[in-house]
Design a protein around this ligand. Structure first.
Ligand code: UD1
Ligand code: CA
Length: 458
């Protein structure tokens, strides 16, 4: 997504996330609860970043350390602003003032618990600044309930915002509601917020009061409308689950429209950052954690679990495969049923078709990893690497004790425990020799039967 800055004015964003989120009944900050595998805060941050803001400030409450830490992972230079006591949305924005000091341009205010705002909508809000000093994002609510109401004049200009608890019956009848998203010149908006009082039903400093104050001082105010679904806020776990479902529906639709085949899309779970190429087939019941990229023409079979991995062009995965972070399949590589990979690469055309664990391993092009091969990468203390050369053939039920290097074109016999490096083109075999004792099976059975005290049929 690109930033199409129609006003040409620099932008800063303040994201409010100091609210306690009591209704989540959680030890975890509300904005860190995940949607599509990422903290819900990331969704708001990502939408904000499409505006290419020069500064982003995040307002957190007293227990905000974990929120700050997560936010910095996505945006290292985000300014963290503490709001000690939750005295209201205007007060929260004022806590961001020091971080925005000296910034000349527009300030956009977002909520950390409103994850579905589209880049286009934020673009429309900031673009409206060409026509109005203050811009509020509104929506027609199916059930306006406790939302703030947008009071407009006959021309649709915004006069003020009234909170539900302070509204008259006439005002409550208004269906146009406040999303909470607001934009205006940084200095102007913060100047207005300094004048906001708390003489209202909740005894809070309302951000929404900025509109009436601005109008009194001759500023203009406008409403940009969006779909109610975009302003969906999350307050409890039922809403979190509903938000997840909404996210999944959207992500699946986008994948289908992007050229992915899914026979049962409702059973495929995608992440906020899943990237899927063209002509990819995803069978039912596949789970994508964060950080998965799938190249064109790949095939992901049923019941596979993928996270932090890359699936190359035309590669095949599953059924019942688990790709953990750092798993990378090159073009045409193949991972079959009950195979787990972690921090491991498969070269072009390499295969591990059944019952295998590859951890901290590099497998060369065209190598064949037999059923039941296990890389023993962890000795209880350290993790060690395994290198398997091109076209090597690893027989079934091989244990490779890392660190280990198996050369190109090497051949490892079935059942071998590899404890020493195998040179290129060598045959490695380590197992006890088989003995056959003729007729011994009958005698063995008799002996075992006697020991069990039985005389009849077993
Ligand atoms: C707010 C709006 C309301 C709007 C609604 C949309 C005000 C006064 N009201 O009401 O018009 O319809 O959002 O959802 O702005 N927060 C802080 N510090 C605080 C208070 C809130 O950071 O002191 C944050 C919260 O974490 C949340 C956001 O601000 O992300 C909104 O706060 P919330 O208390 O949910 O506002 P509402 O009462 O829903
Ligand atoms: Ca709210």
């Amino acid at each position: 997504m690109t930033s199409d800055n129609q006003t040409g004015r620099p932008r800063a964003v303040a994201i409010l996330a100091a609210g306690q989120g009591t209704r989540m009944r959680s030890d975890r900050a509300k904005v860190l609860h995940p949607i599509g595998g990422a903290p819900m805060l990331y969704h708001a941050m990502r939408a904000a970043l499409t505006l290419a803001p020069q500064r982003v400030a995040l307002v957190v409450g007293q227990d905000g350390d974990s929120v700050a830490e997560a936010a910095r992972v996505l945006l290292p230079d985000i300014a963290i602003c503490l709001q000690d006591q939750q005295l209201g949305t205007a007060h929260a924005v004022r806590m961001a003032a020091p971080a925005l000091e000296g910034f000349e341009g527009d300030l956009l205010i977002l909520y950390g618990d409103t994850p579905f705002l589209s880049a286009e909508t934020l673009q429309a809000v900031t673009a409206e600044r060409k026509r109005a000093d203050l811009v509020v994002l509104g929506f027609e609510a199916a059930d306006p309930g406790g939302y703030g109401r947008l009071v407009t004049d006959t021309d649709g200009a915004l006069l003020r915002i009234v909170e539900a608890k302070d509204a008259t019956a006439d005002e409550l009848a208004i269906g146009l509601c406040n999303s909470g998203i607001m934009a205006g010149d940084r200095a102007t908006l913060l100047g207005l917020l300094d004048q906001v009082g708390n003489d209202n039903a909740k005894g809070e400093f309302y951000l929404t009061d900025a509109i009436a104050l601005g109008r009194d001082q001759g500023l203009s105010a406008a409403v940009v409308r969006c779909d109610e679904a975009e302003t969906l806020g999350i307050n409890d776990r039922a809403q979190l689950a509903a938000a997840e479902a909404a996210f999944q529906a959207r992500a699946r639709h986008a994948a289908l429209m992007g050229g992915t085949t899914m026979t049962a899309p409702e059973t495929v779970f995608l992440a906020w950052d899943t990237q899927i190429g063209r002509d990819v087939t995803i069978e039912p019941n596949v789970f994508f954690g964060s950080g998965v990229t799938v190249a064109d023409g790949a095939w992901i079979r049923a019941f596979s679990h993928l996270e932090g991995c890359h699936i190359g062009p035309g590669a095949a995965v599953g059924p019942f495969a688990r790709l953990r972070p750092g798993a990378e399949l090159s073009e045409g590589a193949k991972i079959g049923n009950f195979v787990e990979m972690k921090n491991a690469t498969l070269g072009p055309g390499a295969k591990a078709n059944h019952l295998t664990y590859l951890g901290d391993t590099a497998v060369g092009a065209g190598a064949n990893i037999g059923a039941g091969t296990i890389t023993c990468n962890y000795d209880g203390f350290g993790k060690y690497r395994t290198e398997i050369g091109e076209r090597a053939f690893i027989g079934t039920n091989t244990a490779i004790v890392a660190p280990a290097t198996i050369g190109a074109d090497a051949y490892v016999g079935t059942g071998t425990v590899v404890t020493r490096d195998v040179p290129a083109d060598a045959l490695a075999i380590a197992r006890t020799e088989q003995e056959n004792h003729n007729g011994m099976a009958t005698r063995l059975r008799a002996k075992l039967r006697a020991r069990a005290g039985k005389t009849g049929e077993e």
